[in-house]
Design a protein around this ligand. Structure first.
Ligand code: SF4
Length: 360
């Protein structure tokens, strides 16, 4: 597999993307007449400036490049996280506008009929539309994640499974099913948005100007590069290790090609320790990302308001606590049998804040 990773630095996402695709001569890899799916990360309905979602100007750059090279059958596929509306995300994140201007089809995978795909003993429900396309361009945002440390190319495919399956992935430990999902759906090209990501939280809120876009053909290698960028050893991220084992790609040595090294920012900030600072208050077992992220955000708010120092009990969260009656404070309807529980699936951050204030 091609082990080149191409990187371009700057702020003009659309022209940078086109330069990157030209430089890597991407058209050489896409058979004529291919139906092409673009998979951005629109996990929540927040604009890219929040650090949560893929910059739409990158997707515009990809579409213009494809159209200029004769590819006209293009769709954008996404399904936001549990409890959020993809259609709202398409609107808020600027993708409805892209669809209108370029005549592109938007597919909300939450409306899609799932198909059961068997991979390595795993049955995975996958939104069927993705299989109608010949070539998948994965356009993740290089972000931190409060449970898996990193979210980039491999994890971005979670937007192609139904909500019920997203929930189930968490009961299966997240890492293994993410790796198998990438066995069931082949990514042909990855264009990584690292212009203004949040290095800590999947749902954004603390964007950092990193000012680069990366391109590669191997999602395992790209994620290994992304992990290093956030200050991790790639093999510390379990799903990278598993994906390599499954033969999806190869982590490790890559050939870095910087198109404009003279524009490289002087220093990139690595992942901060915000999440680990708050994670010590939590006992987590198979919690959905949105639930866990809402709790971390709630603890941050409590800290800002001076209430966190009064928290002297553990907080329990996740599907692993279903049916358990325990003494601590439960967060989310999965812990409804706890003596003290904040109901909701998922409970909202602001509601958790108010609930905890009353129960400290
Ligand atoms: S309560 Fe939270 S952890 Fe449980 S299913 Fe709902 S979102 Fe997931």
């Amino acid at each position: 597999m091609n082990n080149n990773i191409y990187v371009i630095y700057g702020k003009n996402a659309k022209s940078m993307t086109k330069q990157l695709l030209e430089y890597a001569d991407v058209k050489r890899y896409i058979p004529a007449g291919s139906k092409i799916a673009i998979k951005p990360n629109l996990v929540v309905a927040k604009p890219y400036t929040s650090g949560a979602t893929t910059n739409p100007h990158i997707v515009e750059g990809i579409i213009e490049y494809l159209k200029e090279n004769g590819y006209d059958q293009i769709g954008i596929l996404e399904g936001s996280w549990l409890g959020d509306s993809t259609k709202r995300a398409f609107e808020v994140c600027g993708y409805n506008d892209i669809a209108r201007r370029y005549g592109i089809k938007l597919v909300d995978t939450k409306d899609d009929k799932p198909v059961k795909v068997k991979v390595g003993g795993y049955d995975i429900n996958i939104c069927s539309k993705v299989y109608e396309y010949d070539f998948l361009i994965n356009v993740p945002l290089l972000k931190g994640h409060c449970q898996t440390q990193l979210t980039c190319a491999l994890k971005n495919l979670k937007g192609l499974i139904p909500d019920s399956e997203k929930r189930r992935f968490h009961t299966l430990g997240l890492h293994k099913p993410i790796a198998y999902l990438n066995k069931a759906i082949k990514t042909h090209l990855v264009v990584v948005d690292s212009i203004m990501p949040d290095p800590d939280f999947e749902e954004g809120g603390n964007p950092v100007e990193k000012d680069f876009i990366a391109l590669g053909f191997d999602p395992v290698l790209i994620d290994s590069f992304a992990a290093e960028h956030l200050g991790y050893n790639p093999y510390d991220i379990e799903y990278i290790r598993l994906a390599e084992k499954l033969g999806i790609g190869k982590a490790g040595e890559y050939n870095l090609i910087e198109i404009n090294p003279e524009s490289k920012p002087k220093e990139f900030s690595k992942r901060s320790s915000i999440v680990s600072r708050y994670a010590k208050y939590i006992e987590e077992k198979d919690a959905c990302s949105v639930c866990y992220a809402n709790l971390i955000s709630a603890l941050m708010r409590l800290d800002e308001q001076g209430f966190l120092k009064r928290l002297n009990k553990k907080l329990y969260i996740g599907q692993g606590y279903k049916g358990k009656s325990m003494d601590g404070i439960g967060i989310g309807s999965c812990t409804k049998d706890f003596k003290v529980c904040k109901y909701g699936c998922p409970p909202k951050s602001n509601e958790i804040v108010e609930f905890l204030k009353q129960n400290l």
